[in-house]
Design a protein around this ligand. Structure first.
Ligand code: NDP
Length: 370
C-alpha cells in the first residue's frame, strides 16, 4: 500500500449529517430521508481511487444518482456495471465519450482523472453539452482554466470544482463565524497540508500527468483555505521550495512554503509537502478570536476549536454532501458556496504565481492584472 493511500485510510469517516445550523439547506440531508423527486444523474470519468470513493459516497445521496461511467479500462466498466447498477448504454471510454451528447439520461460528468488530463476532458464534456464537475487542481495553470471556463460558457453548461471542504460543516461554521465578524478583524492565517508520498512511479510524481507536485495536489487546500479564512483575494505572492530528495522529486515540487498578501494587510503563511506526514492545519486569528482546524482538509473527521471552545459540528462523508450540494445547486438554481470554475481560476492564478516566485528565487509576484 502506498503511503498516500495509507494516509487517507487511517482517517475515519462518518456519514449522515442531520440538520446543521448555519449550513446551506442541501447540507442538512439526513440518511433516513428518502431520495428526492428530482435527481442529478451523474457519470464518473476516471474510475481510480477517488472516483471509487465518490461512487461509494453517492450511495447515501438524496439528490444525486450515479448512472454512468467513463473509463479506459474495460474490466473496471464491467465491475462498475454490476456494483453500481450502471446500464451498458451509460458506459463510455475516452475515445467514444463525445457520444455522451446523445444520451439524455446523463446530466453531469465528474472528471476524476489525473490533473493534466482535466483540461482535455472538461473540454470534451462541455462540447458534449453536459454539466461538468472537475477535481482539483482544476488544470495545470490559469490559461487552461480560462479555456475550460470559456468552453463551458459557450456550451451553456455549469462548471464546478470538487472543492469538498466548502460543503463540510466545520469549514462552513468557520466561514460563518468569519462573515459574522466573530473573529473581529482578521490578523493572520497559517495553513498547511501535506503528506509523504509513496510509490515513486505514480503519476503524481510525473509532471506530464500531475502538472506539478505537492503544491498542485494538496497545497491548493492551504491556498483555498487562506481565501475562505480571510474572505479576501491575495494581491501578492512569495514562495520558496526545498527539495531534499531530488531523485524522487525530479519532475515535481516536493516541499513549498508560500506567503499570500491580502489587501487588508493580512499575510497568510502557508506550506505544502510530498515528503513528510503530520502536516495539516488551518489557523485563522483575528482581534477578537480564532479558529483552528486540524485535520482541516483531509477526509476527516475534521476537528476544530475556536476561542469559544471545541467545535461540535457533525462528522460527515464529504463526498456525499458535496454531490447532494452540487445537485441542489443545479436542480434548484441555488447559489454555489465558492466552488465554481471561476473559484478554481482564482486559485490557479495564485499557483502560477507560486511557481513564478520560485523560479525567480522568491521574488514578490504582484497579482494585480493577472
Ligand atoms: P488514480 O490514479 O487512483 O485514478 C485516476 C484514474 O484516471 C485512473 O484509475 C484511470 O481510470 C484514469 N486515467 C485516465 N488516463 C490516465 C493516465 N494516463 N494515467 C493514470 N490514470 C489515468 O488517481 P486519484 O483517483 O487519486 O486522483 C484523480 C483526481 O482526483 C486527481 O485530479 C486528484 O487530484 C483528485 N483527487 C481529489 C481528492 C479530493 O479529496 N478532492 C482526493 C484524491 C484525488 P480508468 O482506468 O477508469 O480510465
Amino acid at each position: 500500500m502506498d503511503s498516500r493511500r495509507d494516509f487517507l485510510q487511517k482517517l475515519s469517516f462518518g456519514i449522515g449529517a442531520t440538520a446543521i445550523s448555519g449550513l446551506p439547506a442541501y447540507a442538512g440531508a439526513s440518511c433516513a430521508s428518502p431520495k428526492a423527486d428530482k435527481q442529478l444523474r451523474v457519470a464518473i470519468m476516471g474510475l481510480g481511487s477517488y472516483g471509487t470513493r465518490v461512487a461509494e459516497a453517492m450511495k447515501d445521496c438524496k439528490m444525486a444518482t450515479l448512472v454512468g461511467a467513463v473509463s479506459g479500462t474495460p474490466s473496471k466498466l464491467e465491475t462498475w456495471k454490476q456494483k453500481y447498477n450502471i446500464p451498458e448504454k451509460n458506459t463510455y471510454n475516452y475515445e467514444n465519450v463525445s457520444k455522451i451528447k446523445d444520451n439524455p439520461d446523463i446530466d453531469l460528468v465528474y472528471v476524476v482523472t489525473p490533473n493534466s488530463l482535466h483540461h482535455k476532458h472538461v473540454l470534451q464534456i462541455a462540447a458534449a453539452g453536459k454539466h461538468v464537475l472537475c477535481e482539483k487542481p482544476v488544470a495545470d495553470n490559469a490559461k487552461q482554466t480560462r479555456e475550460m471556463i470559456a468552453a463551458c460558457e459557450k456550451a451553456g453548461v455549469k462548471f464546478y470544482i470538487g472543492y469538498r471542504m466548502h460543503f463540510e460543516p466545520h469549514t462552513r461554521e468557520l466561514i460563518r463565524m468569519r462573515e459574522a465578524g466573530e473573529f473581529g478583524k482578521i490578523m493572520h492565517v497559517n495553513n498547511y497540508m501535506g503528506f509523504k508520498s509513496g510509490d515513486p512511479n505514480q503519476w503524481r510524481l510525473k509532471k506530464a500527468l500531475a502538472g506539478g507536485g505537492a503544491m498542485m495536489d494538496v497545497g491548493i487546500y492551504a491556498l483555498n483555505g487562506a481565501r475562505y479564512a480571510t474572505g479576501e483575494e491575495p494581491i501578492w505572492v512569495t514562495a520558496q521550495e526545498s527539495k531534499t530528495d531530488p531523485v524522487k522529486f525530479k519532475e515535481v515540487d516536493e516541499t513549498i512554503m508560500f506567503q499570500l498578501g491580502f489587501p487588508s494587510g493580512v499575510i497568510a503563511s502557508c506550506g505544502t509537502t510530498y515528503n513528510f506526514n503530520n502536516y495539516e492545519r488551518l489557523y485563522v486569528v483575528g482581534e477578537k478570536g480564532f479558529a483552528e482546524l486540524s485535520p482541516a482538509f483531509s477526509y476527516g473527521p475534521i476537528k476544530g476549536h475556536t476561542h469559544l471552545g471545541p467545535m461540535n459540528q457533525p462528522v460527515v462523508t464529504h463526498q456525499t454532501l458535496q454531490m447532494d450540494g452540487i445537485a441542489d445547486i443545479i436542480l434548484n438554481n441555488k447559489p454555489d458556496p465558492n466552488v465554481s470554475g471561476a473559484e478554481g481560476l482564482k486559485d490557479m492564478i495564485v499557483v502560477d504565481a507560486v511557481y513564478e516566485s520560485i523560479r525567480k528565487n522568491g521574488a514578490k509576484i504582484m497579482l494585480t492584472g493577472k
